[in-house]
Every structure is written in structure tokens, then in C-alpha cells.
Design a protein around this ligand. Sequence first.
Ligand code: PDD
Length: 287
Amino acid sequence: MSRTVYVNGEFLPEEKATVSIFDRGFLMADGVYEVTSVLGGKLIDFEGHAARLARSLAELDMAQPISHEDLLAVHRELVARNAIDNGLVYLQVTRGNPGDRDFVFPDPDETPGTVVLFTQSKPDLRDNPVAAAGIKVISIPDQRWARRDIKTVQLLYPSMGKMAAKAAGAGDAWFVEDGKVTEGTSNNAYIVKNGRIVTRELSNDILHGITRAAVLRYAAEAQMEVEERAFTIAEAQAADEAFVTSATTFVTPVIEIDGVKLGAGTPGPVATRLREIYIDESLKSAL
Ligand code: PDD
């Protein structure tokens, strides 16, 4: 069945929706994106994603092409029109179509940004068998650009990381830079030792995960100890448990790193509990 998608102010059937070949998102990866999950037909952490979108746009000197109010309305409309129960809304904003290829940014008054949104249905999002089993990760060098705090659509290297993980029989790859883990290909990375949760501190080296912010808040509220600092693969392999967070995986346990099982090699109690808390708490403020 054809989905309804949104392109620059219009709701269209997906096969009628088009973007110019001169769009800078296509030619230069000059665009930013957000992924907001949907549970029970409601948007999880919408406000966090909207705030990060505004920050990504500002960091790249891009104009905000759609108001906050309209953004929420479009998200909701797409969820309703496509009858999404569990799934996600993908949003992309690019610097638009200046009519030619040029390295210089176009004048935003003459070239409006392109705004595209679509939904993806994921019936298993909540009761995900992958989360129940936990994932294996491999480590690879972090060869992305140095502004990973901006959520750009330059996802070639993360895709290569996912492919390397797949080839190794793993579920994901953790990037390592200067001997320390930065994050996963599309998630933030954590270890747990003696009940203490350790995750890299915020900087330009990692994406400031919206799920990360919520999980750390809930962990603190549940009197769990949290330390924000970088860790090595060796420290992670010696940890009691590990996990990753993102909008689409919530909290997902990691059971093996570079072939070394963590603890019993099954999802740990801290990750399992945090997944439950995250889903329960975020549903309370879902829009
Ligand atoms: N990825 N780090 C990276 C590199 C990411 O791509 C993501 C999200 C995260 C987690 O951020 P959040 O909790 O706000 O989703 C961390 C999305 C889900 C994606 O690319 O599909």
C-alpha cells in the first residue's frame, strides 16, 4: 500500500513525491535529519528531536524552514494518514535546490530549504526480539568527520560500519578514536560495571542522543550511578554489561564485544530495567 509522505508543504502519495536532482541534499549531503519513534500512535520525545533539529540547522547556517507548530502537526498527520501504530517518522531538511551545483551555499532568501517527512511502520518496535536477545558488536576506527554533534545525512561511513558488522555476524559496530569508544553507528554506547553506568561525555565527537538524555535522567531518578567519560574496548569487554540507546532501538543490550562475551553473555539487569523504564516513562509524555 502506498504511503502518504510530506514534501515542501504538500501531502502526497509516495510515488508522486519528488525532489530536484540539483537538491543540495542529493549532491552535497547538505542536509540534516531526525528520527522520532511512534509507540501506540504517539510520538516519543518529539520536543527533544525538534530542539536538536533547530540546533543542527543553526550550526550549519541553515534557515528553519518550518515552524515548530507545523512540524508537530505534519508528524501527527502522517502518523494518522498512514495508520502508524508502532514505527517512526523520518524528517529531512536540506539546503534546497539552487538550480546548479556549487560549493558555495545559496542565499537562503532565494533558495528555500527542502523539507521531507515520511513514516515507516515497525510493528516489533516495542517487543523487539533483537532487544530480548541482545546484540553483538565489533569495533572499527571512527573515520567520520569531526562534527558528529550535528545530525547530518552524511551516513556513508556509518553504513560501511553496519556492513562490516553484518559481515562479522554482529548487529552493530562501535567506533573507536584515540583508543576510546565514541558511539555506535547509529546509537550511543554504554557499559555497566558494579552497577555504575558509564557513557562518553557530550562533545563534538558524538551525537547528543535524545534517548541518551532521557535515559540518563531516568537512571538518576532511579538512584543509579552514572559517570560520563570515555571508555576503551578492553574496559567494555571487562564490564558486567553494555547497551546502546537510540530513538528506534530505545535501550538495547549488548552481549558481546569483538568476540568477548560480557558476563553471562545474556542481556544484563541494568539494561533490561532501563529499557522498561524508558518505554514506560516516555509513553507518559508522548504526543
Ligand atoms: N540515529 N549516535 C548516532 C551516530 C546516531 O545516528 C543516533 C541516532 C544516536 C542516538 O540518537 P537518538 O537517541 O536521538 O536517536 C547516536 C538514528 C536513530 C538513525 O540514524 O536512524
